[in-house]
Ligand binder design. Structure first.
Ligand SMILES: C=C(C[SeH])C(=O)N1CCC[C@H]1C(=O)O
Ligand SMILES: [Zn+2]
Length: 597
């Protein structure tokens, strides 16, 4: 009878789940060894162990299919079977599976080990992305030097990955079809478990685009003031190499010379940390202390023992920051090449947010040890960082001595936050709109670069510093394209983190709508156990329920909406509209004069 079958099914799936946890632990150890010491030998060992695991997964998958789990009464049991009934890339035949992993490992190691020559000293050709190129790009205000760094990096990290990428698309799409998806784009979108998710992404962009265009117009004017109108045009896209970041994804490095009220005291976290002899370890300890102040979980001993928080000098590693769950309830690690600056101050909180999520859901079945959707996992640390980077909190921890908020200081603060959070949205949206087109075949290898720049110009209003051809492949010069990491998760995160932040601030009594003494921009939830406990209730769920249920626990809302972000930035939006009106700045951009199609 059904009762007995369901009982048998429960026995089976929990045994499979336990075995899966052990498998993930083993693969994680080999993957860590490769990412933290890039050698051919470590790559081969990692690929070999993943092939073994995929064979075991395939056998388990055959067995799982035999259960009539769709008829089971228990929701959780059905959800576990549903997740285990999707095999993933292991559905590929061994040879193709191995080939796909070699292609991705090849792109990833090319990116991690790419070197370029310095602009001033052409004999110095050992510059890595981290820390050298990143620091030069953040500091230089010489358009020619920035152009050199941009062109050389896109050649080494982008163009060189074009062949592997083309093959990877073909094989990855084969895996998608074996999982009953038309292509990888539909597979990636299915992770968000709602029918019209792609339309939701488009709706979000419509909601935030007016704010972005105002900010874009203001920044273009300030860059034109600085570099002259032969470098920055009055009505065209902004040249992508002048924005302080290799991919123009956040513009906080131009904040110091473009801020609305330059004579107001500037909060310079980088300088403050250097003045106070901050170490990389102290940055992590401060972040851990913030989470503990909310009654969340402390980093366990193995975290401090096994993490890599500085770039080693004796070997090549994947420097791109990452957080790791080894699925044994004790071993959680971060690997990042920390430098003492504002950006890594943010990144440290971002990665610690991943670890906190792992800690909160570590009692779930292994198959539910995941974000409610991929965007949730990216939003945890950033949500905390919204409180940490508030002037109120920075004063509390002595990273600024700034006077209390006045109107102009508040605009400066919102502007600084907007250069990270508003600017990032069209970049993130573009990266996966591009890849959806590639996986669907509407973008072919012959026009990869043309399509990439068409999207970047039309949504982000940026243009390449030099003409581009199909010899180039600029998309792969971004880590996530070379490393096969889906990117819509960050677009989602930068929206929902403001829904989370607003809810936490209300729970902490830090934000009361219409109360000028309790403004969202001043909110710091530090030490609020009430906020922390509710946050934990959402995080503990992992992916055991559809994400609207998780979001509702914290925010009372069941959908992703831009209203949190728009409420947070409203004073800035009004100021930008008035300012662009005053200067007569053209809003939006005319077609670029650069050749790239
Ligand atoms: C810090 C990480 C590792 Se999950 C990251 O890739 N982020 C964090 C924000 C956006 C995105 C990026 O750097 O492109
Ligand atoms: Zn992340």
């Amino acid at each position: 009878d059904l009762e007995a079958l369901e009982l048998e099914g429960r026995e089976y799936i929990f045994q499979l789940d336990k075995a899966t946890g052990q498998r993930k632990n083993k693969v994680g150890i080999y993957e860590w060894d490769y990412y933290s010491n890039i050698t051919k030998e470590n790559e081969e060992k990692w690929i070999q162990v993943r092939i073994e695991q995929s064979q075991q997964e395939k056998r388990a998958w055959e067995e799982t299919k035999m259960y009539r789990w769709q008829d089971f009464q228990d929701f959780t049991l059905r959800r576990m079977f549903k997740k285990y009934s999707q095999l993933g890339v292991s559905a590929l035949p061994d040879e193709k599976y191995k080939q796909l992993m070699q292609l991705v490992a090849g792109m990833e190691s090319n990116y991690a080990t790419a070197k370029i020559c310095d602009y001033k000293d052409r004999t110095k050709c050992n510059l890595s992305l981290e820390p050298e190129i990143t620091e030069l790009f953040a500091k230089s205000q010489d358009p020619e030097e920035l152009k050199h760094l941009w062109v050389e990096w896109h050649k080494e990290a982008g163009a060189k990955a074009r062949h592997n990428f083309t093959e990877y698309v073909r094989l990855y799409n084969e895996a998608a079809k074996l999982n009953d998806y038309k292509n990888v784009a539909d597979w990636w979108l299915s992770e968000y478990e709602v029918e019209n998710f792609e339309q939701q992404l488009a709706k979000i962009w419509e909601d935030v685009k007016p704010l972005y265009q105002q900010l874009h117009a203001y920044v273009r004017k300030r860059l034109r003031d600085k570099y002259g109108d032969h470098v920055v045009s009055a009505r065209g896209p902004i040249p992508a190499h002048l924005l302080g970041n290799m991919w123009a994804q956040t513009w906080s490095n131009v904040e110091s010379f473009t801020r609305p009220y330059p004579d107001k005291k500037e909060i310079d976290i980088t300088q403050a940390m250097k003045d106070q002899n901050y170490t990389t370890l102290k940055m992590f300890q401060m972040s851990d202390e913030f989470f503990r102040s909310l009654n969340l979980t402390a980093m366990p001993p193995k975290f401090w023992k096994n993490s890599i928080i500085e770039k080693p000098t004796d070997r090549e590693i994947v420097c791109h920051a990452s957080a790791w769950d080894f699925y044994d309830g004790e071993d959680f690690r971060i690997k990042q090449c920390t430098t003492i600056d504002y950006e890594y101050f943010q990144t440290t909180h971002h990665e610690m947010g991943h670890i906190q999520y792992y800690l909160q859901y570590r009692h779930q079945p292994f198959v539910f040890r995941d974000g409610a959707n991929p965007g949730f996992h990216e939003a945890v640390g950033d949500t905390i960082a919204l409180s940490v980077s508030s002037p109120k909190h920075l004063r509390r921890v002595g990273l600024t001595t700034g006077d209390a908020e006045d109107e102009q200081t508040e605009i400066n603060q919102l502007y600084k936050m907007g250069l990270d959070k508003i600017v990032f949205l069209p970049f993130a949206y573009t990266l996966d709109l591009f890849r959806y087109g590639v996986f669907r075949g509407s973008t072919t290898p012959e026009d990869y670069n043309c399509q990439y720049w068409k999207l970047r110009e039309s949504l982000q209003g940026v243009e390449p510093p030099v003409n581009r051809t199909e010899e180039d492949f600029d998309a792969a010069a971004k880590y996530h394209v070379s490393a096969n990491v889906e990117y819509a998760r960050y677009y989602v995160s930068f929206i929902i983190q403001f829904q989370f932040h607003r809810a936490l601030c209300q729970l902490a009594g830090e934000y009361v709508p219409e109360d000028l003494n309790k403004k969202l921009v001043d909110c710091d939830i530090y030490q609020s156990v009430a906020a922390g406990n509710t946050f934990a209730n959402m995080l503990k769920m992992g992916s055991s329920k559809p994400w609207p249920d998780a979001m509702e626990v914290l925010t009372g809302q069941r959908s992703m909406k831009a209203d949190g972000l728009l409420e947070y930035f409203r004073p800035l939006y009004e100021w930008l509209q008035a300012e662009n009106q005053r200067t007569g700045e053209y809003i939006g951009w005319e077609p670029s004069k650069m050749q790239y199609c």
